[in-house]
Design a protein. Structure first.
Ligand code: ADP
Length: 243
């Protein structure tokens, strides 16, 4: 087996004031792959991501990133998490400051920070946004900036929670092209199954806190019985190849 970027081993979790949200989750992600997580609202996707990033602690089981146990409450530079709401990620007076924030904390020099930010913005032809206040950006611009603020740190694993929500077609396509151009393993939750099909070679279906199915994205999303059981619809592009 190739090197594992992520190993989720028998993880269960409950919030204090709700029942068990995740039950015996087992998932692995190889360094060269990306994985989509599909599931209805409330199925536990965000909770799973909080456990991978160490924001929450499993009540049982463990999570390893590149073979090292995730430590609860400790920032892990190998694990780049892009929140569902970009306003949780952008809080500085300017876009530049937001993109620089993580790099400063990791101890990079001013010159290196400037270089990384310039090259990230150039790649998307968004240099003109550098001095803007994040609060004044459009929804699409905010989402891209929250992603860039993570990408400039060059994490070994990228975790994206509902990255296409609120994006128009143009920014959705920019996002797909960007994600497919970076060779970093990704774990991505989305209700946009066509987006998962385009960006993730493997996927898992989460339903009522359990993994109901996992496998190659196209095969998994073509499985009518499993998709219906998890309250999902077969994506339009796969409608002719149901199994
Ligand atoms: P998803 O991302 O798939 O929509 P979540 O992980 O956000 O699902 O939520 C899973 C379940 O956990 C939901 O029933 C939600 O109400 C519950 N939940 C989420 N956060 C909390 C919390 N802080 N305290 C109690 N219950 C929560």
């Amino acid at each position: 087996m190739k090197e594992l970027a992520l190993e989720i081993n028998n993880v269960s979790f409950s919030y204090k004031d709700s029942g068990q949200i995740l039950k015996n989750i087992n998932l692995v992600l190889e360094k060269t792959n990306s994985m989509g997580i599909a599931g209805a609202n409330g199925s536990g996707k965000t909770t799973l991501f909080y456990l991978i990033t160490g924001i929450l602690k499993p009540e049982s089981g463990f999570v390893n990133i590149y073979g090292k146990p995730v430590k609860h409450g400790k920032f892990n530079p190998d694990c780049g998490f892009v929140f569902q709401n970009p306003d949780n990620q952008l809080f500085s007076p300017t876009v530049y400051d937001d993109l620089a924030f993580g790099l400063y904390n990791l101890g990079f020099s001013d010159i290196e920070i400037k270089q990384r930010i310039s090259s990230a913005l150039e790649k998307l032809s968004l240099e003109h946004l550098k001095t803007r206040a994040p609060g004044h950006l459009s929804g699409g611009e905010k989402r891209l900036m929250s992603l860039l603020s993570v990408l400039v740190m060059e994490p070994g694993l990228l975790i994206l929670d509902e990255p296409t929500s609120g994006l128009d077609m143009k920014y959705r396509r920019v996002l797909i092209n960007l994600l497919n151009s970076i060779k970093v393993p990704k774990i991505v939750s989305s209700h946009d199954l066509e987006f998962i099909l385009e960006t993730c070679d493997y996927s898992a279906l989460l339903h009522n806190g359990k993994i109901f199915g996992k496998g190659k994205t196209g095969e998994l999303f073509s499985n009518r019985g499993l998709m219906e059981e998890c309250h999902q619809e077969i994506p339009y592009s796969l409608k002719n190849i149901q199994i």
